[in-house]
Design a protein around this ligand. Structure first.
Ligand code: ATP
Ligand code: MG
Length: 592
């Protein structure tokens, strides 16, 4: 009856809630006491008064001294229960919710950050963001409903049973049976509404994801005059949400008719029981009064549960279901349980019988790839587009796990290290460097969080970025825009190079790191890069062959295989792919 996903969500939420027993236990204790004080003790006092009135056991002309105490107590209980105690519950509830919300948010954040590159490649960033906020919102609504509606209902049922059992056992049995049937039926009937709610949540996520994708690619939309097309597509999505809201509303309305009829039946039942009680069992006035007043309290609680609590639960569990599923995804690339201490120092690299196929790709990219790079060697990696150069580097960084073979650095299998230790020893400048929407200083310092401002500026100077940074209105404090859009392609590359320089790791990996620079700037940076490479092992991918011509060694990849391997001179002599590529380019770049 309860969906597996809702069960998982409930388990997830309980796991985080139970981290704070110092708030949970008081709530579990205070809520029933509050219900007792506010709704169950006052009728008992009135019943007692009624009892004495009906039996005439009071002093006729001294109404106040007979009943004053009861009335004062009655008023005090109402005030304490209704005002004071609920405020205390409120305070605990808020504190608990705030603590759990933080805890959940951190859990989700860590989870998303630890996922592999593939995980993120297969998902919309915007959708993950919306799933996160939906989960947090859902949690708060679930907690509120449980504390303020469901716990009072459970306590109410228990108190009614205890207090009335000695006076009207038959009635208690009937009422409890009816309430249980009602609750089970309500949950059963809302099944349909719950499905409608999760379909609605799904449609909403699609809207958010589409929105995020469009906003991120707004320049593509503009440059291809795609606005009209995009607006049409977007409105299809929003229309879908509207349709689902209507479905949900329709479903809920039908349900409400059932449920409110059922609670009316409860009230009717209590009235007839009261009448039967008086006529058949000669019940006293006090009992009749208690039956009526407790039943009307229970009926109200049941109606709230059926109409409101379940609806909130349904929508909230629907909202949370996507993130619950996302949280269940194990990271593809995992740190070993007992990681080895990193011994990486020199940066000798070996790919040994490496097999690799991209997830979802038709063909195997690397089958039995073998390549040894000596410590301190500078290797240029060349090959046609799609030959596997970037993938080679990403495997070295363990962004994906290989399907067979081993990748070793200084003799140590990289899968035996933590990902952080491995990547700490590689300075990587990706093909499309992406910046945080933070200051330039912070972006460069990302290579080494402990770097001083002086060191950052030194690295920027080496990467020939200092000049353009100083021309910016706020210098190193300038924000670079989302993903660095406020910088030119070449400027972004220079920041990425500065970042790699400041990292100063044993292995330097450059993927088309200077491709967006004009030849003059490239020559200048080459100088600095050579200096940096002197001390390190370096792998440099470049389509512009002049960039790598002076490397110790050039490796040519073709369809994931090493087809040529040697110095520039060797490969020119061999008259293979490299020589051909060189011939094409040397028109523009003179062989020195
Ligand atoms: N995440 C991915 N999922 C599936 N296939 C991928 C993925 N990334 C790359 N590929 C495929 O793997 C092959 C090698 O890609 P790779 O990026 O390594 O090429 P490359 O040599 O760096 O090319 P370029 O010179 O254009 O940068 C290509 O056919 C590409 O389509
Ligand atoms: Mg590439």
């Amino acid at each position: 009856m309860i969906k597996p996903s809702s069960y998982k969500t409930a388990k997830l939420i309980w796991y985080h809630v139970w981290k704070y027993p110092k708030y949970v236990i008081p709530i579990l204790f205070i809520v029933p006491v509050t219900v007792l004080v506010q709704s169950y003790l006052p009728p008992l006092i009135l019943a007692n008064v009624l009892n004495r009135l009906s039996k005439g056991s009071y002093k006729p002309h001294q109404v106040w001294s007979s009943f004053g105490g009861d009335l004062v107590l009655y008023a005090v209980l109402l005030i304490i229960g209704g005002v004071v105690m609920w405020r205390i519950v409120d305070a605990f509830g808020w504190t608990l919710e705030a603590a759990v919300e933080r805890n959940l948010a951190e859990r989700v954040y860590k989870h998303l950050i630890s996922q592999s590159a593939n995980f993120h490649a297969n998902r919309f960033g915007g959708s993950l963001v919306s799933q996160t906020s939906k989960l947090l919102g859902a949690y708060v609504r679930i907690a509120d409903t449980t504390i303020f509606q469901v716990l009072p209902l459970i306590s109410g049922l228990i108190f009614t049973a205890i207090i009335l059992f000695s006076r009207a056992p038959l009635f208690v049995v009937l009422l409890m049976t009816f309430s249980l049937v009602y609750i089970v039926l309500a949950i059963y009937l809302t099944r349909h509404v719950r499905d409608l709610a999760s379909r609605h949540a799904q449609a909403e996520s699609e809207v958010t994801a589409y929105l995020a994708d469009s906003v991120t690619n707004v320049m593509a939309i503009k440059s291809f005059s795609g606005s009209r097309y995009e607006i049409e597509q977007f409105s299809k999505k929003t229309n879908k949400v509207r349709g689902r809201v209507y479905d949900l509303m329709g479903g809920s309305r039908v349900l409400m008719v059932y449920l409110s009829s059922a609670t009316t039946i409860i009230s009717g039942l209590s009235l007839s029981m009261a009448v039967i009680g008086v006529l058949v069992f000669k019940a006293d006035l006090a009992t009749v009064y208690l039956i009526l007043s407790y039943t009307s309290a229970i009926a109200a609680l049941l109606l709230t549960f059926g109409v409101q609590s379940l609806r909130t639960y349904n929508r909230a569990f629907g909202d949370a279901s996507e993130m619950t599923a996302t949280l269940a995804v194990e990271p593809e690339v995992k740190d070993p349980v007992h990681p080895e201490v990193s011994k990486i120092k020199e940066g000798a690299i070996e790919f040994r019988n490496v097999e690799f196929k991209h997830e979802g790709a038709g063909d195997v990219l690397f089958s039995n790839l073998n390549l040894k790079i000596k410590a301190g060697q500078k290797v240029g990696l060349v090959g046609h587009s799609g030959s596997g150069k970037t993938t080679f580097m990403r495997l070295l960084l363990r962004f994906s796990d290989i399907d067979g073979g081993e990748i070793l650095i200084d003799g140590q299998n990289i899968a035996h290290l933590t990902q952080d230790d491995l990547r700490a020893s590689i300075a990587y400048v990706p093909q499309e460097p992406i910046m945080f929407h933070r200051s330039l200083l912070e972006n460069i310092r990302y290579g080494d969080f402990k770097a001083t401002e002086k060191e950052v500026i030194k690295a920027a100077k080496l990467a020939h970025a200092d000049d353009f940074i100083n021309d910016l209105p706020e210098g190193y404090e300038t924000l670079v825009g989302e993903r660095g859009v406020k910088l030119s392609g070449g400027q972004r590359q220079r920041i990425a190079i500065a970042r790699a320089m400041i990292k100063d790791a044993p292995i330097l990996v450059l993927d088309e790191a200077t491709s967006a620079l004009d030849s003059d700037s490239e020559l200048l940076i080459q100088d600095a890069l050579w200096k940096l490479m002197e001390k390190h092992t370096a792998i440099v991918i470049a389509h512009r062959l002049s960039t790598i011509q002076k490397m110790d060694r050039i490796v040519v990849l073709e369809d994931g295989e090493v087809v040529e391997d040697g110095t520039h001179r060797d490969l020119i002599k061999a008259k293979g792919i490299y020589a051909q590529l060189w011939a094409h380019q040397s028109g523009g770049f003179i062989d020195e």
